[in-house]
Design a protein around this ligand. Sequence first.
Ligand SMILES: [Zn+2]
Length: 458
Amino acid sequence: MDFTRRRWIGTSLAAGASLPFVPSSLAGGSLRIATFHYDVTPPVGHPLCGGWITPAKSVADPLEAIGFVILGSGEPIVVCAVDWTGLLNEAHIQWRAALAEAAGTTPDRVAVQCVHQHDAPFVCLDSEALVAEQNAGLSLIDLGFFQECLARGKAAVKEALTQARPLTHVAAAEAAVERIAGNRRVEIGPDGRIGRMRGSSCKVPELIAMPEGLIDPKLKTVALYSGEEKVASCHYYACHPMSHYGRGEVSSDFAGLARKRMQEVEPGCAHLYFNGCGGNIGAGKYNDGSPEARVELTDRLHAAMAEASGKLAPKPLRAVEWRTHDLLPEVNPVFTEERELAQVRNPENLPANRIRPAMRVSWIRRVAAKTPIVLSALHLDEVSMLHLPAESFVEYQLRAQAVAPDRFVATAAYGDGGAWYVPVKEAYPQGGYEVSVANCAPSVDDALGVGIRELLIG
Ligand SMILES: [Zn+2]
């Protein structure tokens, strides 16, 4: 238990003790909420971003898993945000299963969404086994550390449940974010193909000068209350969260740093940050990758979190509903298990060019085994928290909001990461980096659309 955690629990206990008990009205007064929080910082020497950038040399600021459990609406519901690059396939299933076991529920009632920082672990357990077989010193994850994180999650949830409080109110608000997000796919040639990518940081004047392109400019905040006390505050914004990375300095980066600043001011409320459908979105238009730029991006994201938080107007919570949809995408036909395995086994390849194919092999086998990606939505009256997979393109969250215009839809992507990039179907013929590493066939677009509609409007 680190200092932050001790202080947070201490403060929330003190705050809870001073508040009167306020029963939930129309929900029968039986709804309760518990928040949890645990450290998932990798040890020095641990692989970062799946083992193809510099491993952990130091820790600029710790990585955390933060979540909440809702009790009293069927079996418990768990939502958790993790400061990791991604949890793929079996790793994502095991993470959810661990939290489910501790909460006394089933894994389909657990949403786990990564924030996608890059100086952070990127985990696929099947890929780890595949690259370990090569005896080439390749690794994505220390399996002991991964198990330790699952154990910490279980302990944190069990401890949290002893402090569950009535869940009585909900609020939602949004604020425009200034000068962070830009579409990465803005240079399109006369042949309709994507040219150079404007990534998370950018120093190419022509790319910087191009318009932001299609983004979702709004940060959305959904807050849950126990009486007058704000217990959990969830912030959503669609953008790759990297200011700079690759030097071995573990960090929750600007998204995590902005969240931590909110947390510091409100120690009794759990602040969660969710990356929306930021697959084709990065900060490159406004970020030169310098240390100063990390501070500026943090300031701007924090300003939007504070502005949205200032607009929150809690209303009594009447109904909580959890919905799921099993997504079974098709494999992108450009990838075959045989060819990808040959890349994994090729000692001439750089580590990244053996590990990434291992991830594709794991995906192909997972699809063959018909293990679905579980999409979910948590409905709190007219507010919906939507949980989508992997590196979904921003179009999906814009469509989700359009599908349910009467609802406040806050979308978190980067759930099960096995699919890697999830472009919309129009993007495939355009090519570009994201399409070249999209593990699903273009049919994923329609399949995801069906899932989103079912989750939001039934
Ligand atoms: Zn990414």
